[in-house]
Write a protein that binds this ligand. Structure first.
Ligand SMILES: NC(=O)c1ccc[n+]([C@@H]2O[C@H](COP(=O)([O-])OP(=O)(O)OC[C@H]3O[C@@H](n4cnc5c(N)ncnc54)[C@H](OP(=O)(O)O)[C@@H]3O)[C@@H](O)[C@H]2O)c1
Length: 251
């Protein structure tokens, strides 16, 4: 039996950090990729790198906090890649870092737009394109379950994304034959973590450096979650800290 053809991936937040590592990992396994982020320069550079190595990647500028921008990005990915088989909602922001009573309400709303509405816009537009065996991975955070001082927008948006993930699994999982998983990557060595650590407040930002993992390791776990072997995890939120998941993913 031949291996199934690698499914096209719609990956948000592909310009750096976990997203860029995930793009390189999936490209190495032959998946066509839509590299989605606001800044086109970094995703175009990454697409050039992937395509020069024989892969198939297209950079698609998009602000996930803008519903219209997401609709256009999904339509372009479908057209240029011939479909979407895997959605990875990875784009996110940790700003504003401020106590609830001090935070600028517009900045607070913007974080909800990007971290919560954004993945919901992507699911709304992309899920109807998924074939049976398709996958949605939503990158959540341990912050969803821990009240971080000055991190109300981030924690609240990630908590919202956890329940939105479980709702999509209930609504569409069985009906469409797709897998929907929330994934909390733990502490990952990226710009976001550096920014979080540089802005310590109260109980937040002071992390155990021994627990920081490289983005490439997180990419391998995401790859496992997109495999048929992880279909039983649909409708759940899993964590890179979980030794059982790590063993299953082989990291
Ligand atoms: N690093 C950690 O320790 C950690 C822990 C738990 C969860 N996470 C989650 O993992 C995901 C990736 O985080 P990371 O650490 O890799 O962060 P990062 O290095 O800051 O990268 C964030 C990515 O999201 C994109 N992005 C931000 N706002 C966007 C918008 N409005 N529209 C489209 N793209 C947008 C950025 O690209 P542009 O700026 O070009 O748009 C960038 O590609 C996030 O959802 C984060 O919450 C990270």
């Amino acid at each position: 039996m031949t291996d199934p053809k690698p499914l096209p991936v719609f990956l948000t937040g592909a310009s750096r950090g976990i997203g860029a590592a995930t793009a390189r990992h999936f490209a190495g396994k032959g998946h066509p990729l839509a590299l989605v982020a606001r800044g086109a320069e970094a995703t175009e550079q990454l697409a050039r790198e992937i395509n020069a190595a024989g892969g198939n990647a297209v950079a698609i500028p998009c602000d996930v906090g803008d519903a219209k921008s997401v609709a256009q990005a999904v339509a372009r990915a479908v057209k240029e890649l011939g479909g979407i088989g895997i959605v990875i909602n990875n784009a996110g922001t940790i700003e504003p870092i401020a106590a609830i009573v001090d935070a600028d309400p517009d900045a607070w709303s913007r974080a909800i737009d990007v971290n919560l509405s954004g993945p919901i816009y992507v699911m709304h537009h992309a899920v109807p394109h998924l074939p049976r065996g398709g996958v949605v991975i939503n990158i959540t955070s341990g912050a969803a379950e821990h009240p971080g001082y000055g991190r109300s927008a981030y924690c609240a948006s990630k908590a919202g994304l956890m329940i939105a993930t479980r709702i999509l699994a209930v609504e569409e999982g069985e009906k469409r034959g797709i897998t929907v998983i929330g994934f909390s990557p733990g502490l990952v060595d990226t710009d976001m973590l550096a920014f979080n650590r540089a802005n310590r407040m109260g109980n937040a930002g002071n992390v155990n450096v021994a627990e920081i993992r490289p983005p490439a390791e997180v990419a391998r776990i995401i790859d496992y979650l997109c495999s048929a072997a992880a279909a039983d995890l649909s409708g759940t939120i899993v964590s890179a800290r979980d030794p059982v998941l790590r063993q299953r993913a082989g990291v």
